[in-house]
Each structure stands twice: as C-alpha cells, then as structure tokens.
Design a protein around this ligand. Structure first.
Ligand SMILES: [Mg+2]
Length: 594
C-alpha cells in the first residue's frame, strides 16, 4: 500500500441499504469503502487489502458474522484487524458476549447514530495511521541497520582480503592460523602451511606489463583454490606471494598430494596476450607442530623451505626440516665465505689444454675457476658453483674469470708461447651472467682493457641456459657471434638441446659430455652414440671436442671416429698458469726438434 492511498474500510453487510447508510455518513472522511455481502467474500477481501477496520453486520443468520470474525482473527495475516459489529440486538447480552469472544472490539447499535459511527471510525483510522507510521519507521530502521551491517561487512572484507584476487590477505591468514593452531592443540591434530611464489613472475611483469601480470595472478589464485580442499584457506600476501592453510592433516603424504596438484595446475599453460606463458611455482611447507609450535617461526620455516625449493631448481615443493635448516646455514656461510674469497683474492684461474686430434698440438684452453679455500684447500667449480649461482655472485666471479683468462692469453701471446691464431681461450659462462643485462658490454670492456681479439675467445654455454627465454638468449648469442667470438655448446647431450635447436643458434663447437666418453672403450653402443653425434655435428658444420678423455684407448677410438679435439686427464689436467707455460714450452721445443 502506498502512503497516499485512502485508508480502506471493509463493510460486511447483506443489505445494500446498510451500505448506503454507512457510505453517506462517512462520505466526507476520505476513505475507500469496500463492500462484502457474505462471509466468504469478506474473507477474500481481507486477504487482498490492508483494512484499518471492519464493520460487520451480524443480523442475518446466513451471513454468519461471528464465524467470519473468528476466521479473520484466527488467521495470522489478519488477526490484527479491528472488527466493530453493527447490530440491532443490543439488548441480548449473550450475543454481545459471543461477539467479543469472536474478536469484536466494539459495537455500534442500529439505528446507526452518524456521530458515533464517524467518531469510532476516525479513532480506528487514527490508530491505523499511527501504527502504519510506526511500521514504516520500523522498516526504515531495519533497512538502515541492514545497510550498516552490510557496509561493516564490506569494510571488514576489504580489511581482510586482497583486492585483486579476492583471496584472504596476510592479516587474515595470520589470524586464521592462530585460530587453527588453537583448534589443532585442542584436537591433537596437525596442520600445514604452504608458502608459494612464482618462478620468473618478474619477467612477465617486465615484458608484458603490469596488467598482464595482474591477470596472471588472478588465474594463479583461482588455480590454487582449485588445488586445495574446500575448507583450506588460500591467501595472497602481495606480489606473487601466496599462502595456504590446511587443517586436520594426517601425514606429509596428504600434504604432498596437494602440493603436487598445485604444481600441476599452477604450472599449466597461461594463454596471455597472444602468448603461451608457463609460470611455475616454488612451494615451501611447514607442518605444525612438527616443524615448530610457534606461529611466527612456522611462517619463517615455510619461507625457508620455499627458498630451498627455488634453489633446488624451482617448480618444486619442499618440506621444512632440521636438515634443511642446516643446509640453509651452510649455504649462507658458504656464500659469505665466497664473497670474502672474491674480495680477498682467493679465486684462481686454472687452464686445461684442448688437443687437436690430428696434430696432437694444444689448440686451446678451457679456463676453470678454483677457490683456494683457507680451510678446505683447493675447490673446483663444481664444489661452489651452486652457491655462486644462487647467491648471484656468479656474475662477479664470471666477469673476473673472463678478464683473468683474457689477460693470461694475451700474456702468452706476448711471450710467444702462443703464436697460432687458431689457439683459443675458452671461458664458461652461466645463464645468469648472460641474462644479467650488460653481458655483451662487459665483454667489450674486457676486450678494450686486455687487448684480447674477439676471435681468440670462445664462450662455453650449457644446454640448460636455453631453458629460460630462448629469444633473448639467441639475440645475445648473435651479438657475440657478430663480434667474431666462437660459441661452444658445453656438456652436450646431457640436457635437451636438439640438433634442430643448434641449427638456429650461432654455435660453432660441440663439447660432448664426459659421460658419453667414459665407457666408449667398453660399450660399443656408447661409441656408436658418440660417433653419430660427431657425424651430425659435422653435417651442421660444427667442430667437436670430446671431454673427459682419460685413457689411451679412448683417445685412439676418438681419433678413429674423426673427433676433432680432445680434452681430459689423458692429455693434461687443469693447472696453474706456470704449469701450463712449461707444457707450452715443451711443445715448442719438440716442434723445433722435429
Ligand atoms: Mg666447460
């Protein structure tokens, strides 16, 4: 009912003349009068309209006014309606009592006194209007309360959720974790927290822009939600950092299943900006109360486990354990020591000759870094390369080795120990160095500083370098190739570089991994593999070096299958410059004698 409509009065009477009388008396009252001539009709009307009063004539038995009143008051929807009986039988007390019993609030006696009728109707109309006004106020109040509650909920949602993905935020996660820990203690249950971040997310942001990055984060959020159980909490801490809380776990296997699912789902292809991106996660897991019974420490341990997953090659998950903690300590000690080693000149470069199969002369050297550790003695690259790469120190070490090797090469040329232009200095470079942004400039600076000619230098890259961002890698290799620098594919056969790849890369030289050479003298199949590698490399116009040649038989077999060069202990170990100088001098003396 709208506020402006005239209040409605129901007159229940069997005779039209009664209605006329009532209508006439109330004509000036701005009312809408509805007429019902039977009990059934009255019952229908009260359900359809909001009446402020019913005037009920109970005179005729067929109208059955008392029963109608009982039915109206018996219905929840109409029980509030005031009913005034219009009756001529005022003298019969029994009937009056029955009327009140049936729900009458008042009586008007016939013949109807207009003043009495008008004033009684006015009173009920006023009452109705006031109660309607009250009802409206109540409704408004209820609406206001509802709106307040909603905006409070929105506020606390904003305060506790990440606006980009709608996931819980860090504050929410911390609060939920503290509650979950209380439940776990009470129920003697375990819970697990996962910390997760995306490998190479920065590259997406840098190359495709922040909008694309945001889109990717939303996809990751929904994939994470799909990986976990319904009641597990998924949160985003900001950037590409996510966290998951899993309660009521039985053992690590339960947790591992979920972690595997996350790796599979999150690591799926992302069609984004017409490119197919694969962004993999690294996940660290800490289990309460196994790893720690302290909330802050638990979070710290999940973080440590995540970094371990990253260091172990990314796209992996790791559980926090004490062993992992001690590995972590060892790592930080080692990288601290390595930093000091760089500053304190504990790094040395050794050189291993490469031999030309036909002439048996030294045709080049591979520069290999050594760490002259004050306690552990002379360490070779494999003992500290992981720490160097993971700590980022590899860039500085790599640049130093490169400069040192060029300086050494130039010095051997000046002293005439190297006279042939075919003799090259080979230096290993890591993916991290190449990706560092100013790799080519660094090399140019080293050429300028040492006077080294680009065609006397060879850079050895491994197949694993190809994993990330092949396009970028190819651009840099082309820059190097254009300068006349030779590129060697190191440890060939251990990774996934195919011959098809090689066709598109400016690679000049294949170094067959020592693993293939180790058994060629025992296993014919190994010999066949090496032989076909050489055949294919030659078809692509590459020359080939066999690495790790340790035995006379191996050298002979490699000669038979036309391997261009060999490197290994059978010919010479990597050694300090002064040892290599003696080798070069010997070689020169032999040449003069011949
Ligand atoms: Mg190498």
């Amino acid at each position: 009912m709208t506020q402006d409509a005239a209040p409605k009065l129901l007159v229940v009477a069997d005779e039209p003349k009664n209605l006329h009388t009532i209508s006439r008396i109330l004509a000036s009252h701005d009312l809408e009068i509805v007429f019902a001539s039977s009990g059934e009709e009255a019952l229908r009307e009260v359900l359809q309209h909001n009446f402020f009063l019913i005037l009920m004539d109970v005179q005729k038995p067929e109208l059955n006014g008392l029963d109608t009143a009982r039915l109206i008051l018996g219905n929840k929807k109409t029980a509030h309606l005031p009913i005034i009986f219009v009756t001529a039988t005022s003298k019969e007390e029994q009937l009056v009592m029955e009327g009140y019993d049936a729900g009458a609030v008042d009586y008007i006696y016939k013949p109807v006194n207009p003043f009495v009728l008008a004033s009684k109707v006015s009173i009920f109309r006023d009452l109705h209007e006031r109660s309607e006004a009250l009802r409206r106020k109540n409704d408004e109040l209820a609406q206001a309360r509802k709106a307040l509650k909603q905006s409070n909920e929105e506020l606390s949602h904003i305060e506790l959720h990440d606006s980009l993905t709608g996931l819980a935020n860090r504050k929410n996660f911390a609060h939920s974790l503290s509650q979950a820990i209380l439940r776990a203690d009470r129920d003697r249950q375990k819970l697990a927290i996962f910390f997760l971040d995306l490998d190479n997310f920065k590259t997406v942001n840098d190359t495709l822009g922040h909008d694309a990055g945001d889109e990717l984060l939303k996809t990751v959020a929904s994939r994470l939600r799909d990986s976990v159980r319904k009641n597990d909490l998924v949160a985003r801490f900001g950037g590409d950092e996510f966290a998951v809380l899993m309660e009521n776990i039985r053992d690590n296997k339960d947790v591992a299943v979920i972690a595997e699912k996350m790796l599979a789902l999150v690591g799926k292809n992302n069609p984004l900006r017409n490119r197919n991106l694969i962004v993999t996660p690294s996940i660290g897991i800490a289990v309460y109360p196994v790893a720690s019974n302290d909330q802050d420490q638990l979070m710290e341990f999940a973080d440590i486990a995540m970094y371990r997953a990253k260091k172990d090659g990314r796209n992996a998950y790791r559980f926090y354990s004490e062993e992992l903690q001690s590995m972590e300590l060892e790592f930080s000690e080692m990288s601290f020591d390595l930093r000091r080693a760089i500053d304190g000149d504990q790094l040395e470069v050794h050189y291993q000759p490469q031999i030309d199969t036909k002439s048996q002369q030294i045709i080049g050297f591979e520069a290999l870094v050594r760490w002259n550790h004050p306690e552990k003695g002379l360490l070779s690259a494999k003992d500290f390369i992981t720490v160097a790469e993971q700590s980022g120190l590899i860039r500085e070490i790599g640049a130093r080795v490169l400069e040192e090797a060029c300086t050494q090469y130039q010095s051997w040329r000046h002293t005439q120990l190297i006279t042939s232009n075919h003799v090259r200095m080979s230096v290993n470079v890591s993916a991290l160095q190449i990706r560092s942004g100013n790799f080519v400039e660094t090399i140019d600076e080293i050429f300028a500083k040492t006077g080294m000619q680009p065609d006397h230098l060879e850079l050895e890259v491994t197949e694993s370098t190809l994993i990330d961002d092949l396009d970028h890698f190819v651009r840099i290799l082309n820059d190097l190739d254009n300068r006349g620098i030779s590129i060697a594919m190191d440890d060939f056969g251990t990774g996934f570089a195919s011959y098809r790849h090689l066709q598109h890369l400016p690679v000049h030289h294949l170094k067959i991994d020592r693993g293939f050479i180790a058994r060629i003298q025992e296993d014919e199949r190994d010999l066949e593999i090496v032989s076909s590698m050489i055949t294919m490399a030659k078809a692509l116009g590459l020359y080939v070096t066999a690495e790790g040649v340790e035995l006379f038989e191996q050298a002979e077999l490699l000669k038979d299958i036309d391997c261009d060069r060999m490197q290994g202990y059978f010919f010479a170990r990597p050694d300090a410059p002064e040892v290599i100088e003696r080798l070069l001098e010997d070689q020169q003396q032999h040449a003069q004698q011949d």
